[in-house]
Design a protein around this ligand. Structure first.
Ligand code: C5P
Length: 231
């Protein structure tokens, strides 16, 4: 583990704002970004493409270990371009169906193990913002700053609805609320790496906060801990 490189971990449930906050903070700091959820989504998506059964842990772990993926930075944008087996996957991995399949494959210990080193390899100078569920507890337990973002199920469903509609993906608020509650249950109750704040994480409830307020709060916590950060 390259423990000389600083890491900020941002964990929390679906729709807590992790993705947006992590991307904005990484951009402000000029640090790398690890979207670990995308890796689980890619395994689920690729499994569909290769007709691998979502319950076949051995085959999924093998596929995850050899996952042919690259993350390309798009200059000026907060999103990265993701290529799976050489092809851009874009919105295909962002659907609720793919998120739900991702949460199923993410419950399998051998899949998580297969992705562990790949995630740690993102720790490159000048620093890393790691977005996920177990960044502070399992993947980067020695991270200097750990944030756990939460928000009510209703608020998270509303945010997800807005996000999907903006991306041109159709959505239904009541269905989203139900799916988010189900995904929370699966993510928090699984035996391996369950979703929970690290003992040394700062827990931020963002239900009543806007994106700028959360970004400012996270940057303030980083400035308390790290010297020489860009203003
Ligand atoms: O964050 P995102 O919604 O893209 O993640 C999709 C799913 O991947 C989550 O519901 C969760 O089950 C799983 N995941 C995980 N550990 C991570 C990131 C995501 O188990 N570090």
């Amino acid at each position: 583990m390259n423990s000389a490189v600083p890491v900020l971990t941002v964990d929390g449930p679906s729709g807590s704002g992790k993705g947006t906050i992590s991307a904005l903070v990484a951009q402000r700091l000029g640090w790398h970004l690890l979207d670990s959820g995308a890796l689980y989504r890619l395994v689920a998506f690729g499994a569909g493409r290769h007709q691998i059964d979502l319950a076949d842990e051995t085959a999924l772990a093998e596929y995850a270990a050899g996952l042919d993926v690259s993350f390309e930075l798009v200059p000026g944008a907060t999103e990265v371009r993701i290529l799976l087996e050489g092809e851009p996957v874009g919105a295909a991995i962002r659907t609720e169906a793919c998120g739900n399949s991702a949460s199923r494959v993410a419950a399998l210990g051998r899949v998580r193990e297969a992705l562990l080193q790949r995630q740690r390899d993102f720790r490159q100078p000048p620093g890393l913002v790691a977005d996920g569920r177990d960044m502070g507890t399992v993947v980067f337990p020695d991270a200097e700053v750990k944030i756990f973002l939460t928000a009510s199920v209703e608020e998270r469903a509303r945010r997800r609805y807005k996000q999907l509609i903006e991306k041109g993906i159709s959505a239904n608020l009541a269905d989203l609320m139900k799916e988010i509650a189900e995904r929370d249950a699966r993510d928090t109750q699984r035996a391996v790496s369950p979703l929970k704040p690290a003992a040394d994480a700062v827990v931020l409830d963002t239900s009543e906060m806007n994106i700028n307020e959360v970004v400012d709060k996270v940057l303030a916590l980083c400035r308390e801990r790290f010297d020489n950060l860009p203003q």
